[in-house]
Design a binder for this molecule. Sequence first.
Ligand SMILES: *Cc1c(COP(=O)(O)O)cnc(C)c1O
Length: 393
Amino acid sequence: MSYHVNEKGYYGEFGGAYIPEMLYPNVEELRQNYLAVMQELSFQKKFKELLKEYVGRPTPLYYAKRLSEKYNTKIYLKREDLCHTGAHKVNNTIGQILMAKHLGKNRIIAETGAGQHGVATATVCALMGIACIVYMGAIDMERQAPNVARMKMLGATVVPATSGSKTLKDATNEAIRDWINNPTNTHYIIGSVVGPHPYPDMVARFQSVISEEIKTQLQEKEVRENPDYVVACVGGGSNAAGAYYHYLDRPNVGIIAVEAAGKGIQSGESAATSALGKPGIIHGSKTLLMQTADGQITEPYSISAGLDYPGVGPMHAHLYASGRGEFISITDTEAMEAGLELSKLEGIIPAIETSHALAIFKNRPFKKDDIVVINLSGRGDKDLNTYIDYFNL
Ligand SMILES: *Cc1c(COP(=O)(O)O)cnc(C)c1O
């Protein structure tokens, strides 16, 4: 069995492209071209060059000595927090802006919830001098004012979504409407391994630079390419997909996905999609989805904005359903403690999303000579106020 996407755009029973007829030409153009474009030497050269010179790759694979001693196993941290803009998201937006240029697009749209993907998109649009429109829920714009300011500084137009709950779902609807109205000159940059095929596969491939680097770096440090486990937090699942990618079909490498339990899986305030979700359709793909008995999407909750999503990418739904992945959910409290612990033990303040992945060591024992790679998806600067309020700093 392969855990990669098949010809039809499915991972097992999940994936596909469930889109309105009006969107079909746009998605189909991308589907027909993305693999060929990504394989072109000139494309690869530009992508690699920007990852090196602009993003700052390769990011280190750092042996966390004090954390390893505490949990009596060998822990490596893949330092995506050191990427330009502070997280892994820019790997994908660099790839997609090059794809857009290749397809002759001169206008970029995106939607954003907490603003992180909006900033990563506005960043690469500034880099390339391409017009950028970011849709954002009006309520999210108030809650995430610093990211709105960043996008404006970067030259993007931020358009408030004022319908419905004025949050991510409404911003997504606005972006889709825009794309339908501007089918020829516009590319829609999706920020995670979600959306209709080919987005999940395309985004996973752009992020797969993470596991490609881990292989080489582990070979240098441990004289083996494969860790025993690779661990990542999962919101939509892009940093996880990138960290797992080259290990998906290597059964000796354990795959651990960490979801946000929020205030507890049974609390009604959670974003633990594997535990609570059922098959359904969201953002154009069939996947696991938190929903009511009559199929209405349930409002998710997590202290970390990046994990606060009611679905999960179709690759991850398949990793869960097939048993290939081990899924663990971590509460707000456990994550916050783990974030503080990493800060004190290693001098690294992680994003709260990442803190969820770090929290597994408290209750999930590993063997002394296991090699466990944690994808450190982002840095904690953006979360400082949440840490301050939580710990009364
Ligand atoms: C956005 C974000 C995430 C969640 O997104 P994925 O697509 O699941 O990776 C995780 N960590 C950080 C630091 C983020 O900014």
